[in-house]
Design a binder for this molecule. Structure first.
Ligand SMILES: CC(C)(COP(=O)(O)OP(=O)(O)O)[C@@H](O)C(=O)NCCC(N)=O
Length: 460
């Protein structure tokens, strides 16, 4: 109940020591941390929301104290620098939320770091579900994120290569966490860590046996243009890699496993770290690229077709000839009926069954997909989350691949198209800065060509 929460919080969230005694006060008993963790663990989702709201509101920053210090700082502007710096330091300390010490102490308890990672996952869920508008909960998220970013900085992470000899519990976790191309069975898993494959994970001493982010790599002769050649069912090859057939590293799946570490950029660091690892193992390797899905393209396209149907602008999406093919294949009248018919074909993946329709639609779907990846934005950045991830890392949108994923899921999600985000090593930091600051997308001639085809045909 509420009184229970109030009582617990007042007892275990020690008041912030005064500025003068900030380095002299003894740490609160570890029992406070253990009691907090135990109590929180016993709450259901509803109560967790109430508890975290109370923690962030009533045990955060002393706003009155801060505004008084701010006034004192203003008054001191004409004083000597030493005085000003002293008051600034008081202000800096005054902005420390009362609960921050408790979070620090919890991190030193057994299982405390994992507890805080999961606690932030709860906070993120509360914020994204808009379950409560309390602005203080964002402060709590910010404090947790900055603490976790320090504890999970690259220097404190361990790069582990996962092989068939890795402990079963790690292999089991790898197959459980694989979010992009689900692992079907032991044979599939063995293939993913076998010859011409690499699987790496970051782990942290505070969370033993827990892969924090997992990267799957295929070692190939050149940059892969389809996923079937990478994940198809094949008897696991037993012979060692033939180094002459290895010139490229294809990142075909990456998944972070801890929701509470969102924003800590582990995936980006893992890719960069693995590139260095592979360069030392294969000094001549010069091609590093992802082979990425394009989740959301199909549904975006269906939405676009509905919108253009309403506005009677079908001719802006497909050429005369392309519409003719659709009308014939679906026996529909020109105009909105044909648009609706095409929308249905995309929604049911029916178009894939007809050789003729596939050939007719390829140019249109490729230029629409190029526009979806390159032109569609959210707050100025790429709308597609996978594109945004790789572009933030400094990769360039290098090649769209037709019928790259012919699995039912691949056709349903992105009309079977996949994209290579290529990592030109001496350009990633420049590309990343240009993308993050100016929202410029680094793209190849092939992609830019498809985009300009779309713009010409739709007069965008
Ligand atoms: C793509 C991933 C690995 C990026 O993680 P990370 O680099 O830690 O980014 P962030 O979560 O810190 O923003 C992550 O967003 C993820 O697991 N996405 C779901 C699976 C996928 N590959 O899209």
């Amino acid at each position: 109940g509420v009184t229970g929460m109030e009582e617990i919080l007042a007892r275990v969230v020690a008041p912030l020591p005064t500025y003068e005694t900030r380095d002299k006060s003894p740490p609160p008993p570890e029992s406070n941390s253990l009691e907090f963790m135990h109590f929180y663990g016993s709450l259901d989702k509803e109560d967790k929301l109430g508890f975290l709201t109370k923690l962030s509101q009533d045990f955060g920053v002393d706003h009155t104290g801060v505004s008084e210090l701010a006034l004192r700082l203003l008054d001191a502007q004409l004083r000597d620098l030493v005085t000003i710096l002293q008051i600034e330091d008081r202000l800096r300390y005054g902005l420390t939320p009362r609960y921050k010490q408790l979070l620090n102490h919890i991190s030193r308890a057994e299982g405390g770091v994992k507890f805080l990672v999961d606690l932030r996952a709860d906070v993120i869920e509360i914020i994204s579900s808009k379950a409560c508008e309390a602005p203080h909960i964002r402060d709590l998220n910010g404090t947790l994120k900055s603490l976790l970013s320090e504890w999970f900085s690259v220097g404190l992470l361990r790069l582990e290569r996962i092989t068939w000899q890795s402990p079963c519990e790690i292999l089991q976790r790898i197959s459980q966490y694989e979010a992009v191309h689900p692992i079907r069975n032991w044979t599939d898993l063995k293939r993913r860590v076998g010859p011409y494959r690499r699987c790496y994970a970051f782990t942290h001493a505070a969370m033993p046996g827990e892969p924090l982010v997992v990267l799957h790599v295929a070692l190939t002769e050149d940059i892969s243009d389809n996923i079937q050649s990478i994940v198809r069912e094949l008897a696991a090859l037993d012979f060692e890699e033939d180094v002459n057939k290895i010139n490229a590293a294809i990142f075909y799946s990456i998944s972070s496993t801890q929701a509470g570490l969102q924003g800590v950029e582990l995936g980006n660091y893992l890719i960069k770290r693995v590139v260095r690892e592979l360069q030392s193992e294969f000094p001549h390797m010069a091609q590093f690229s992802s082979l990425s899905p394009i989740p959301g393209f199909s549904s975006w396209l269906q939405g676009l077709l509905s919108q253009y149907k309403k506005e009677g602008r079908g001719s802006d999406l497909l050429s005369e000839q392309e519409w003719k093919e659709v009308e014939q294949a679906t026996d529909s009248a020109p105009g909105s009926a044909a648009i609706e018919a095409l929308r249905k074909l995309i929604a049911t993946s029916e178009w894939m069954r007809s050789e003729r329709l596939t050939r007719a639609l390829e140019p249109a779907l490729m230029r629409l997909c190029a526009w979806y990846l390159y032109g569609e934005k959210r707050r100025g950045y790429a709308l597609n989350p996978v594109a945004n991830f790789h572009l933030q890392n400094g990769a360039s949108m290098w090649r769209l691949n037709w019928s790259a994923d012919t699995s039912p899921r691949g056709v349903a999600n992105s009309c079977g198209i996949m994209v290579n985000y290529r990592y030109f090593l001496n350009e990633t930091s420049k590309n990343s800065a240009l993308y993050l600051q100016n929202k410029d997308i680094a793209a190849s001639e092939q992609v830019l060509g498809l985009v300009s085809q779309f713009q010409k045909s739709s007069k965008l």
